[in-house]
Design a protein around this ligand. Structure first.
Ligand SMILES: [Zn+2]
Ligand SMILES: [Zn+2]
Length: 387
């Protein structure tokens, strides 16, 4: 297959996937499509790992090292509003995050590696479900991913419409943020609005807590680390003329390292409980981990940078980019084994602000970077598993 035919095939695969988006843990048709393509390439395919996950391996030579390449398969539950010929056929489902492109890219890499066999060792192609809710990586790991398919390293990429098409950016350490959610329930004692001395006002306590939580980022976290604490909702059972008995504060936090994530949780709990105590209110503090931070391993970053430079040229590679404070389920894999996550620039327009951002209802993956991503993965394997 020549390069032109390869690019046309990638486009056709991507458009098929774009037309048939499926949400988290429901990627049945998608995983079937992936399994068919991998089988056509002569690979042995393992399905239903962590739900709808798919894994295939390719061993060349006698090398003992194993590298995993990962793509995510799920779409977003939203209505596609664009007028593409290959627009979503599934009502209320849309590939607005470009995971159709990620699947295609990894299938392309599999095809290149099956043809070239220019490495010595084993590569595993990992297609994970449910990236958007941050549940698919954990599901695959709990289903024995690393026991059934041991790996020394793992790599992944995300398309980045906020970067010019064809650039590759990464960094050592935190590249994408953790996401945790919290609920703080404050129980005071309701009273007539005219008589605050007869009650314990949980709303004033909540206000003190909301302001004090802002000192975590400004006074507790190292200024060189990223820490975001956002209170996003407040609910009371009060009325216009009644001081409430109960107030609930909800919100979301982000950080780029495991240490800052732990610091935020511990400080939030102490601040909330102690301000409540000071005011005579009761406190219930609930904190849930939604996404791990995506923390790149230094040795794998240098491999990714080298592969990227070989594919797109050194001037299009940034090995020390700024982190992006969105969250990515790939971080869960990086808690288990070394690896690296990169951003593949996919902006269609030269002017950055003209590009449509991920999760927009008219988002459409840039087909021009499909082969770039596939070549990047293939090059990573060539240099990571040298002959
Ligand atoms: Zn997304
Ligand atoms: Zn995504």
């Amino acid at each position: 297959m020549n390069n032109e035919e390869f690019v046309e095939q990638l486009k056709a695969w991507r458009h098929y996937l774009h037309m048939h988006p499926e949400s988290a843990f429901e990627e049945k048709q998608t995983s079937e499509f992936i399994a068919e393509r991998l089988t056509e390439m002569g690979l042995e395919v393992h399905k239903n790992i962590g739900g709808t996950g798919v894994v295939a391996s390719l061993k060349v030579g006698d090398g003992g090292k194993v590298i995993g390449l990962r793509a995510d398969m799920d779409c977003i539950n939203m209505m596609e509003c664009g007028d593409l010929e290959y627009r979503s056929q599934n009502e209320g489902r849309m590939h607005a995050c470009g995971h159709d492109g990620h699947v295609t890219t990894l299938l392309g890499a599999a095809q290149l590696l099956c043809e070239r066999k220019n490495f010595n060792g084993t590569v595993r192609f990992i297609f994970q479900p449910a990236e958007e809710p941050g549940k698919g990586a954990k599901a695959m790991i709990e289903d024995g991913l690393f026991e059934s398919f041991p790996m020394d390293e793992i790599y992944g990429l995300h398309n980045a419409p906020f970067l010019p098409a064809g650039v590759i950016h990464t960094r050592t350490g935190g590249i994408m943020a953790s996401e945790d959610n919290f609920t703080i329930r404050i129980k005071g004692k309701g009273s007539h609005a005219s008589s605050p001395h007869m009650g314990i006002d949980p709303l004033v306590t909540a206000s003190e807590i909301i302001l004090a939580l802002q000192t975590i980022a400004s006074r507790n976290a190292n200024p060189l680390d990223q820490a975001v604490v956002s209170c996003t909702e407040i609910h009371t059972d009060g009325a216009h003329n009644a001081i409430p008995s109960n107030v609930e504060i909800l919100g979301d936090t982000r950080s780029c390292t495991n240490e800052v994530q732990e610091l935020i949780e511990a400080r939030m709990k102490a601040i909330s409980e102690n301000i409540c105590k000071m005011n005579g209110a009761r406190c219930e503090f609930i904190y849930t981990h939604e996404f791990a931070p995506t923390v790149n391993w230094e040795e794998c970053v240098s491999a990714a940078v080298k592969a990227a430079q070989n594919v797109v040229g050194p001037d299009k590679v940034n090995g020390n980019c700024i982190p992006w404070m969105a969250s990515e389920d790939f971080g869960t894999f990086l808690r288990e084994i070394p690896g690296c996550f990169v951003f593949l620039g996919s902006g269609k327009h030269a002017n950055a602000s003209d590009n449509i951002m991920l999760h927009n209802s008219i988002y459409d993956y840039n087909d021009d970077v499909l082969a770039v991503g596939a070549e990047f993965f293939a090059e990573l394997i060539r240099i990571g598993l040298p002959q």
